[in-house]
Design a protein around this ligand. Sequence first.
Ligand code: GLN
Length: 536
Amino acid sequence: MAKTRYIFITGGVLSSLGKGIASASIGNLLESYGFRIGMLKLDPYLNVDPGTMSPFQHGEVYVTEDGAETDLDLGHYERFTSTLTSQKSNWTAGRIYEKVIQKERRGDFLGKTVQVIPHVTDEIKAAVFDVGRTVDVALVEIGGTVGDIESLPFLEAIRQIGLELDEEQVLYVHLTLVPFVKTAGELKTKPTQHSVKALQEIGIQPDILLCRAETPIPADIKKKIALFANLKEDAVASAVDVESIYEIPLIYRREGLDAAILRKLKLKGGRSRLGEWERWVKRSKGLEREVTIAIVGKYVNHTDAYKSLYEALAHAGAANHVRVRLEKVDADGLVDRDPREVLRAAQGVLVPGGFGVRGIEGMIRAAEFARTRGIPYFGICLGMQVATVEFARHVLGLADAHSSEFDAQTRHKVFLKLRELRNVEDMGHNMRLGAYSCILKKKTLAYRVYRQEKISERHRHRYEFNPEFEYKLENKGMRISGKNPERNLVEIVELAGHPWFLGCQFHPEFKSRPLQPHPLFVSFIEQAKRGATRGR
Ligand code: GLN
């Protein structure tokens, strides 16, 4: 087998420059040439995984097939490339240290002093090589910015890899910012110079600089940056702000980034096949008709908290030739406001996943509003739970119905903690995580949408539908259309006689791709579009 190539992507100047999307876009380009790629995110923070972090702090927790709770950048990797991420695809400093300390306790180090170099760095290198084992090119993104204390062991590890492997096996890409300073009327290169210098000081010479800028960087500025960074001019590419993130691979190709990467890695690429992707981008940018979807959730003010959800809606919009306009409604604000007013413009209501009691009553009101008015309703995880609670309260007449997450005392617990795992209170270890199969009942909305009997979707929740209520709810018109066959757990509920009302215990948004939009989202938007045509 040919030697695996490694591309390391670091970031400078400030965070949020879109390193994840840059890495995913490079992966996308390499796949378009037919290379098998693997992707890895190394995060310098000390949490073992982002599972216990607040979405306000960290944004969405992306869940892999095998149940890893990971950084949201892994969502970009899966949406831009055909890689399936896993437990191996995201290592935090906390997880690396945990492994080192476990080894130390076991006595694996035979009495040696355990140190950052070589023990921590060796563990980081092992994670990198593990991803590289089965692919042509492994792309490794280092979280944080160069210059942070936390990222030093990671940068040291990737420096060592550069030293150990052949020259054509390793490529360093550095993403920086070239800001336009209005008062001076010019683009400023100083932050980039500093950031490259910081990288060089720890022994890494970047091979390619990706400079984020509002507009393309003129040749003379690129020349200046190249000179300071000790690079040839063609190794400096500008990464301009774009309308759609999915356009980025195309822009990189136009900038010649793919050619530069293949040259340095001595890879022969043949012709790049990006036609379908290009057509999709063009189509998704040219959408004129609009459909308005109200997202009623707890984290709506944080743009990153529902990342995969927003992307899945955009994919489904493109599939239906409509632009999905999001109306973000803070669920808490619905508690004592009239939904008729707040949700007036919505052609569909979506209640996404979430934890904690805040805003729950507002979500319940949104579900009731959609149910009683025949407005398409899509409940995801928590959104399924609140829709079921609402139905139990108002149709079954059980006024105190709730999930035991929010009311541990109620006599009518419609959702309970996973039975098998009751008494397990260690946060982060008592959830149903990752892919589970689900069998769909024929002649249901779910079956019509998926067009198959057996599906598999990813989960991340602690509470489950209480089987005691199955019969009672079904009897009054809430259909249970999907169940997990192994544990007989309810996975999908829907309403007979409603145009489109479905709640699922899983998170379908994690599996939506631009070219393979998720069928549930496609069908939901299709129904919302019908309402828009009728002037709702
Ligand atoms: N809080 C709910 C549970 O743990 C829902 C979780 C979610 O929406 N991801 O079951």
